[in-house]
Design a protein around this ligand. Sequence first.
Ligand code: ATP
Length: 357
Amino acid sequence: MLQIEIDRLNKHYAGFHALKDINIAIPRGSFVALVGPSGCGKSTLLRTLAGLEKTSSGDIRIAGTSVIGKPPRERDVAMVFQSYALYPHMDVEHNMNYSMRLKRRPKPEIAERTRAAAETLGLGSLLDRLPKALSGGQRQRVAMGRAIVRNPKVFLFDEPLSNLDAALRVHMRSEIRKLHERLKATSVYVTHDQVEAMTMADHIVVMRAGVVEQQGSPLDLYDKPANKFVAGFIGSPAMNFIPAIVSPDGHSLTIEGDAATMLVLDRKLAPGARLWAGLRPEHLSLTPVAGSLAIDAVVASVESTGSMTFIMVAVGAQQLVVAHSGRPGVEKGGAVRLHISPRNIHLFDRETELAVS
Ligand code: ATP
């Protein structure tokens, strides 16, 4: 059963086409991440779902009913903002139950729902604190609590973790995910951080310049990116791209400007085709694996985080990043041989940038 259907949705600001023919179907209970670079339209899309922004054409249905023209309060959605948007003069309890008080819900119901939300979020001991006496993570929880007490059909999150430090962000990611598993409410989550999207969502929508470039499960996007943009956006560190040309027999690739490196393919392609070869840093190995291809390279620099080592190498005129777990003992200026399995070579047309298979 679909909870949200976005159907050929367009949004024009004065002279600017911010959302272009967006189609997204969101099953009930799923956690969807909208990702993309700054300015791609993800907040605009979320705000049109909330009813905070008018649409220009197309339809949005929530639980089967069109909500176009309906004000936010009639859509049964709750939004959690990046800024938390807490009332500074109200304590945690009153921030959380503000919407129910506004609707004049019975006092026992207000008390019970506030208590339950506070317990879910571990806010029980902070109910009489003002926002200024809370940490960033606690404020974020209050903002979530305010959404939870309303028991909405849909939660909308607009970069809710971007004001938190890295460690707290990782912690809150798993808290929000756990909460989602408990409440099972349909959630739409905007982030520019693809790692956040990959770890939290069951469905990811990748946007660029107002267009949906691809949508699917996190691993689908990682394994089968539809184009070079999605391939470069999903995965960290980002995929390496090298210009390559298909050999006259169609069975191998040579790297442009470096005839010495020949990559034999596991598929036959159009002879002479000009492609981008996409190699993920984590798929380039310093040791051979069964059936792998070899690429000779020179180490340009080495960065280690302790557990991971990122090696920048030169292959002819091309620069690549290699991600190695552990400490490989390579040095700047040293020669290395990289190995990659043919099935891990992604190929994209150089003109259209679409995946070639
Ligand atoms: P960010 O990650 O930076 O928040 P975003 O993907 O959420 O970016 P939006 O805020 O949705 O992007 O903006 C999408 C595009 O629409 C941007 O180019 C922005 O400049 C434009 N835009 C947003 N609001 C308006 C407005 N009120 N009038 C005109 N253009 C707008």
